[in-house]
Design a protein around this ligand. Structure first.
Ligand SMILES: NC(=O)c1ccc[n+]([C@@H]2O[C@H](COP(=O)([O-])OP(=O)(O)OC[C@H]3O[C@@H](n4cnc5c(N)ncnc54)[C@H](OP(=O)(O)O)[C@@H]3O)[C@@H](O)[C@H]2O)c1
Length: 344
């Protein structure tokens, strides 16, 4: 049984609170806030037994085994490390950190303390993501040449942590991290070069980001991330013999259907066409039911901590994604392509 402490009173907590309430291996024990009155009120609203008006006091509680870090992005590293050093397991909201150096310090703290540190990238815990990876690896789509991903929404507020460049705001950090981690998972390959352009808003953060990632295999990924345009979520994976279209690649629309369409080339495409006859394509459709991805994430974390299961999204991959995202921001600033890693 994992006894959870929420580090902050963030809105996203609702997802984990709901998941914990439905799990027989987790229980919600405590909340910590910068403000004591807010902690008390929040605990009362959500029937949480313990409330702390100070983050460190929550970490020091012997009534808590696991901490959910739902702080603004610039505080993820500092407080995840503090939680690990207090002997707690940590599920830290995405993005894990804002620099590779921070990810390295967090990883070192996890290794030193022997506690689990996991980035809360929920789609990595969902069967759709691993099955798409298997389909691509099976080769039935042929060599993958092109991919596209879109995660766009309209931020309802003018005051939001996402609008502050000093605390890790920006559409790429907020929702661009989904396509980056998704394509890492399904392609089984990391980019060697990236290029990014953005529409930057008055507060200095990217409100809309367009990124390109290039791979040693020859695959190209294009993605968009926006918090200033109407809701749109989709992904396309295009191989030489077939393609996949996903309605919900990021899975964050809880209860929304996870539909996939696969287009395959028929054996004979007929003579005398330019390959543009719709009849040459066969369509197969399936789904993974309605998304319950935060519950999947909680179950996955419980498996890692309680039964030693391997993480579907280990820290080494979080590290590469931090490198890719910071390289995309560097490209946005310089107007140049930026090389990343070794593409392994
Ligand atoms: N996985 C997902 O689907 C998903 C969805 C949304 C957000 N997220 C991630 O979850 C995290 C929180 O996002 P959110 O939108 O839920 O945050 P939020 O509602 O703005 O809450 C952030 C909380 O952090 C605390 N805090 C500490 N220092 C702060 C500061 N300088 N400014 C503002 N708040 C501060 C506050 O709690 P106290 O005052 O009580 O200490 C605040 O309630 C982010 O990392 C985000 O990327 C993930």
């Amino acid at each position: 049984m994992l006894r959870w402490g929420l580090l902050s009173t963030a809105r996203i907590n609702d997802r984990i609170i709901d998941a914990v309430s439905r799990s027989d291996r987790s229980t919600l024990m405590a909340v910590g806030s910068r403000d004591d009155a807010r902690a008390q009120e929040y605990a009362q609203q959500h029937a949480i037994p313990l409330a702390f008006g100070d983050y460190q006091a929550l970490l020091d509680s012997d009534q808590v085994d696991a901490i959910y870090v739902s702080l603004p992005n610039h505080l993820h590293a500092e407080w995840s490390i503090a939680a690990l050093e207090a002997g707690k397991h940590v599920l830290c909201e995405k993005p894990l950190a804002l620099t590779v150096a921070e990810v390295d310090r967090m990883t070192e703290a996890a290794n030193r303390t022997g506690r689990v540190l996991q980035e809360a990238s929920a789609p990595r815990f969902h069967p759709q993501t691993s099955e798409i990876a298997s389909i691509i690896a099976s080769g039935r789509l042929g060599r993958i040449l092109l991919c596209q991903g879109t995660f766009e929404f309209t931020l309802p507020a003018t005051q939001d942590i996402r609008l502050d460049p000093e605390i890790g705001g920006g559409a790429l950090w907020d929702v661009g991290c989904y396509p980056v981690t998704f394509f890492q998972a399904v392609l089984g390959e990391n980019p060697t070069v990236v290029y990014g352009r953005a529409f930057v808003g008055p507060t200095g953060v990217d409100l809309a980001f367009a990124g390109t990632m290039g791979y040693a295999s020859g695959t190209s990924v294009q993605f968009t991330a926006s918090m200033a345009t109407p809701m749109a979520r989709s992904a396309r994976i295009v191989g030489e013999r077939g393609s996949l279209e996903l309605d919900q690649p990021w899975l964050t629309n809880i209860g929304g259907m996870t539909s996939v369409r696969e287009w395959s080339m028929r054996a004979s495409t007929g003579a005398g066409t330019f390959g543009d006859d719709p009849g040459q394509l066969a369509l197969t459709e399936w789904d993974y039911g309605p998304s319950d991805v935060y519950f999947d994430e909680l179950r996955g974390f419980e498996d890692i901590v309680l039964v030693g299961a391997p993480s579907p999204y280990p820290l080494a991959e979080s590290r590469i994604n931090a490198e890719v995202i910071t390289a995309l921001y560097e490209s946005m600033r310089t107007g140049r392509e930026v090389r990343v890693g070794t593409g392994s």
